[in-house]
Design a protein. Structure first.
Length: 60
């Protein structure tokens, strides 16, 4: 699960970091539990991931 993490000075479209949370099923609890929680650098606008989603500037 990804969550944008904006900081002062970040553009609304482009937070510099994202919080990533991973979950796994725990049969003893019968529920999903968080297995990891970390922050990563967010992809840059116009990068390969943006183009793969159909975004970008349309200039290419």
């Amino acid at each position: 699960m990804l969550e944008p993490k904006w900081s002062v000075g970040d553009d609304l479209c482009c937070p510099k970091t994202q919080r990533v949370r991973d979950y796994g099923f725990d049969p003893a609890r019968g529920a999903f539990v968080r297995t990891d929680d970390r922050e990563i650098e967010a992809p840059k606008p116009g990068g390969a991931a943006t183009k793969a989603r159909g975004g970008g500037t349309g200039a290419d």
